[in-house]
Design a binder for this molecule. Structure first.
Ligand code: SAM
Length: 224
């Protein structure tokens, strides 16, 4: 899908123009999110942050416990460079292994290599065949009974899409400036997608400070 190919360049370019900052506490300032990520890493030692972007979640997870190894993967080389500096500035680089790779990375990892997976705003910006490949890979590399925490952007209506300049080029798929930006599934549609691979244990809604509460972010806790 050309809109997705364009978006891969967009993510990489974005990190080229941004300045990494230290993260100084293991909190995003929202109790629902903070509790969910703390529950995810509680007792986990091998953690995957897939599509890590700036690396903020890996740094928070590293801060939450002493004896973890985190693998942070992103296809964008500039995002990984940015995340490495963020982790160093935050004094958490020793616990995080950063990898430039796309979802084919998951094929090269042994089964049940991880006991927690975090992925934020990745499954909702990729085409459906890649979503299926990622979920299949997550299910393969996660140990039985272990959890994945999937954070997704809000479901949007056509009024919001129009105001933001997002154009629906095929059902549920929105582009802006030619870049795939939103795969707009309802909670029920995501549950259907996840249920092929996982038990959906929990769905939570929340907003970070200053966000419009009529469009909540979604957190899905999946259990293998
Ligand atoms: C919207 S950003 C989210 C970044 C970060 N997780 C966050 O929440 O801030 C989507 C990220 O997914 C990465 N990505 C997209 N497709 C990918 C793939 N097939 N394999 C690995 N990373 C991918 C992009 O490079 C980008 O950094």
């Amino acid at each position: 899908m050309k809109e997705y190919e364009n978006a891969l360049t967009l993510w990489n370019d974005w990190f080229n123009n941004a300045t990494p900052q230290a993260i100084d506490e293991a909190s995003m300032g929202n109790t629902t999110f903070d509790n969910a990520i703390a529950n995810l890493v509680n007792g986990a030692t091998r953690i995957l942050d897939f599509g890590c972007g700036a690396g903020w979640a890996s740094v928070i997870m590293a801060m939450l416990s002493d004896n973890q190894q985190i693998v942070a993967v992103d296809q964008a080389p500039n995002s990984i460079n940015y995340a490495i500096i963020t982790a160093k500035l935050s004094q958490q680089d020793g616990k995080i292994n950063f990898v430039v790779a796309d979802d084919t990375y998951l094929n090269n990892v042994r089964e049940s290599s991880f006991d927690a997976i975090f992925s934020s705003n990745v499954l909702d910006v990729v085409p459906e065949d890649i979503t299926q490949r990622m979920l299949n890979g997550f299910a393969r590399v996660l140990g039985n009974g272990s959890k994945a925490l999937i954070m997704l952007n809000p479901y949007i209506d056509s009024e919001y899409a129009g105001k933001g300049g997002f154009i629906e080029f095929q059902p549920n798929y929105f582009q802006k400036d030619g870049n795939l930006r939103i795969v707009n599934k309802t909670d029920e549609q995501w549950v259907d997608t996840f249920s092929r691979y996982f038990n959906v244990a929990r769905i939570e809604h929340f907003n970070f400070e200053g966000e419009n509460t009529s469009r909540p972010r979604r957190l899905f806790t999946l259990v293998k």
